[in-house]
Design a protein around this ligand. Structure first.
Ligand code: NAD
Length: 290
């Protein structure tokens, strides 16, 4: 296929490389990032989109996505599909899809989980909103860039799945970290805590697969000085998106709200910026109730 790829940063770069390595013809545009080997550099986003069967965007936020979409939609071939893989607010995803479908294009929101490692190794998970036809068109590309693509529903459903998942992730990471810090103060050995909880009703992905306690459980960023992994500021971005969506949909999400407030404090006024999101554990360790 002919693919336009806009936003070739930490995630978009390796995703575009995997498409090139699978034999697709990729034209890219980025304001700053270099083109990966084999990607033809375009002078503008519209130029990258012209003549493409599928245009993929991998951008920082919803405002940038909206401005890039406004530029590329008029340049795209009718019947082509605009597929945004960034993590953005549900309202922006829906607005861009509406604009694209009104112009006769297919439109998908396909945010990912799996991080830079997943982008590099082609093992991302895509959660996708949009029409079944557009999903079928882009599915072969999802299969190259990832190991799984779930069609979640209409426009915005992919972003909804992503932020709901990450709201659970943020809340459970905090719960796991505060429980470890309490266990410490009660004199409970961390390995014993892991042995019990990882096979009891308190188990979770954050305990079993990404344990925030160094030296306990499988290898995780905790064993590497809390170097990310998944940075606390990216978790904060997703928690803020979940709260924005909750406000827009009038949903009561008290735990998500508290998780967003805690990660805001951690990233903006404490030492969390640049640390993995599991570094909440040393944060709790240092504190008392006051
Ligand atoms: P990044 O900052 O490395 O890449 C974004 C790229 O977009 C940059 O190279 C930037 O120059 C480019 N860009 C910005 N404005 C542009 C414009 N108007 N036109 C063209 N290019 C423009 O970020 P990233 O880590 O690659 O993340 C991209 C998206 O993926 C984000 O929405 C992020 O939330 C999501 N995501 C990231 C991860 C991760 O672990 N990094 C995991 C899952 C999802």
């Amino acid at each position: 296929m002919k693919i336009g790829f806009i936003g070739l940063g930490n995630m978009g770069g390796p995703m575009a490389s995997n498409l090139v390595n699978a034999g697709h013809e990729v034209t890219g545009f980025d304001l700053a990032a270099p083109m990966p080997a084999g990607v033809t550099k375009a002078a503008t986003a519209a130029e990258a989109a012209t003549g493409a069967d599928v245009v993929i965007t991998m951008l920082p936020n919803g405002a940038i996505l909206r401005s890039v979409a406004a530029e590329v939609i008029p340049a795209m071939t009718k019947t082509a599909v605009l597929c945004d893989c960034s993590t953005v607010d549900v309202d922006s995803a829906r607005a861009v899809a509406k604009q694209a479908t009104a112009a006769g294009l297919g439109a998908l929101d396909g945010p990912v989980s799996g991080g830079v490692g997943g982008a590099t190794n082609g093992t991302l998970t895509f959660m996708v909103g949009g029409s079944a036809d557009a999903f079928e068109t882009v599915k072969p590309l999802f299969d190259i860039m990832g190991q799984k693509a779930v069609h979640c529903g209409e426009a915005g459903a992919g972003q909804a799945a992503k932020i709901c998942n990450n709201m659970i992730l943020g809340v459970t990471m905090i719960a796991t970290c505060e429980a470890f810090a309490l266990a410490d103060k009660l004199g409970l050995d961390r390995q014993k805590m892991f042995d019990v909880v990882s096979t009891s009703s308190g188990y979770s992905w954050t305990m079993n697969a990404y344990c925030p306690a160094p030296g306990v459980g499988p290898q995780s960023p905790a064993d590497n000085g809390y170097k990310p992994g998944f940075a606390a500021e990216l978790m904060l971005k997703d928690l803020r998106l979940s709260q924005q969506a909750a406000e827009s949909a009038d949903a009561d999400t008290p735990m998500g709200q508290l998780a967003a407030a805690l990660y805001t404090q951690f990233v903006e006024t404490e030492d969390g910026k640049g640390m993995d999101f599991s570094a909440m554990l040393p944060r709790f360790e240092k504190r008392g109730r006051g």
